[in-house]
Design a protein around this ligand. Structure first.
Ligand SMILES: O=P(O)(O)OC[C@H]1O[C@](O)(CO)[C@@H](O)[C@@H]1O
Length: 452
């Protein structure tokens, strides 16, 4: 089996010679701290050896529940936000036909997502669409108390019960949540829903290889065994005893930290040339954003879909402030083959491409872009993915997770907490007069009155 691979040549040229290699002792210390559980946030290291610890029996259990949902539902709504949403969507969209929701071949249920926003139109349109559908719900929340998810679930649970009756609804509502605490757990136990546990020691953004990601991915019809196998192989490839020069997670972590601290590159743009990877970048943004953006530090994680965004963001990237670097996720071989046809009139002047694969043009766009951006002062890291399938996505997921843990420790922050996300919640609850927030409500109303 091949492996994803990393090429930092076009990034190292922006750094002093040996700058990446100089991180070797610090990376080693970070690897040791992760292994020994001596780093900050050490109660959230359950992801580190998760792939190799997943048993075939556990995957069979996931598959069995997925099969029930696949049999009984034409639509499955996955309710969750952040780490309880993005990993599943990243993999499902990465592996799905781009027009899956229009290809109604009845082989797979349509997967829809909710609980990741509070848009009234979104929820109205979703619940309207579901009115004549046999639908099921996977309610995913580690805390079990996240407002966005709880609001959507309240609507979906009621609608599912109204449409199917309470008894039948029990078979098609599944909870993925904490073992003991939170409203989602209490509700699942009370209603008798099938449920899966999110381990205490796996934080949301590192949870895609728990039932959080595995169940929706299996329901969508994708091979979770291959996904986990890919991740387990990458766990070995990024292990603490793998030499620095051969360890992709170590090199990626060191390169991005060197670019940040020594070349003033404060923004990392993850780019793809395959639209199916859009949500993979969204997952990556949360992973790195929540892990590293703290203590007034951290590389800002951004993403672009190319070539689409070359026609909107390309100008900025080529000639704007030189504070960015790019990480391109390049898919070596597409799954399908399409050749450019001949056109007698050749009005578009494209007959020179006749008989060529579309991907050949895409690859030249990719190379041309990388060279242009490097010439424009944008360091470039290349992550090569042999094919877009479950196995290599599993590799990619673990590679980025491991590198994130190392990189956060190199930055000297706790990569496994996210205290900053509470600030908006506190204000929102105060503004909504949530019981228990009386003092905050009073304070925020006074503040708003003074700002008028
Ligand atoms: O799974 P939960 O507890 O609903 O949390 C969802 C997401 O919300 C956050 O806690 C941020 O508010 C993320 O860290 C997390 O991934």
């Amino acid at each position: 089996m091949k492996s994803i691979s990393l090429n930092i040549t076009k990034a190292a040229s922006f750094l002093a010679e040996g700058a990446v290699k100089a991180y070797e002792p610090k990376v080693k210390a970070a690897q040791e701290a992760l292994e020994n559980g001596t780093c900050e946030g050490n109660d959230f290291l359950g992801w580190l050896h998760l792939p190799s610890s997943i048993t075939p029996e556990f995957l069979n259990e996931i598959q069995a529940v997925a099969n029930t949902l696949r049999e009984k539902c034409e639509v499955v709504v996955v309710a969750g936000i952040g780490g309880s949403y993005l990993g599943a969507r990243a993999v499902i969209e990465g592996l799905s036909n781009s027009f899956a929701w229009l290809v109604n071949d009845k082989k797979n249920p349509t997967i829809l997502f909710a609980g990741n926003n509070i848009g009234e139109d979104y929820l109205y349109e979703l619940t309207s669409f579901l009115k004549d559908k046999k639908f099921g719900v996977i309610n995913i929340s580690k805390s079990g108390t996240t407002t966005e998810t709880a609001l959507a679930f309240r609507l979906l649970k009621k609608q599912c019960e109204d449409q199917r009756g309470k008894e039948e609804a029990k078979d098609v509502i599944v909870a993925v949540t904490d073992a003991k605490k939170g409203a989602a757990r209490t509700c699942a136990d009370k209603e008798g829903y099938k449920s899966f546990i999110i381990p205490d020691n796996v934080g949301g953004r590192f949870s895609v290889l728990t039932p959080v990601g595995l169940l929706p991915i299996a329901v969508a019809g994708f091979d979770v065994k291959q996904l986990v196998a890919g991740a387990a192989d990458m766990e070995k490839a990024c292990g603490k005893d793998v030499a620095f020069d051969e360890n992709p997670a170590a090199i990626y972590a060191a390169t991005r930290q060197a670019l940040y601290t020594q070349a003033g590159k404060k923004i990392e743009i993850v780019c793809n040339f395959q639209p199916k990877l859009h949500y993979f970048a969204e997952w990556w943004k949360q992973l790195y954003g929540e892990s590293e953006g703290k203590d007034q530090k951290g590389i800002f994680p951004a993403a672009c879909d190319f070539t689409t965004d070359l026609h909107s963001m390309g100008q900025w990237i080529q000639e704007g402030e030189r504070s960015i670097f790019e990480t391109v996720i390049s898919v070596e071989t597409p799954n399908e083959k399409l050749l450019f046809p001949h056109d007698n009139e050749n009005l578009d002047g494209l007959n020179f491409l006749e008989g060529k694969r579309v991907d050949e043009v895409n690859k030249m766009a990719e190379l041309g872009t990388r060279l242009a951006h490097v010439d424009g002062g944008v360091p470039n890291i290349l992550v090569n993915v042999p094919e877009l399938n479950a196995y290599y996505l599993g590799q990619l997921i673990y590679f980025f997770e491991k590198a994130c843990g190392i990189s956060g420790l190199l930055e000297e922050v706790n990569p496994f907490n996210q205290p900053g996300v509470e600030a908006y919640k506190k204000n929102m609850f105060a503004l909504l007069n949530k019981p228990g927030y009386e003092a905050e409500s009073k304070a925020i109303q006074e503040r708003l009155a003074n700002e008028k």
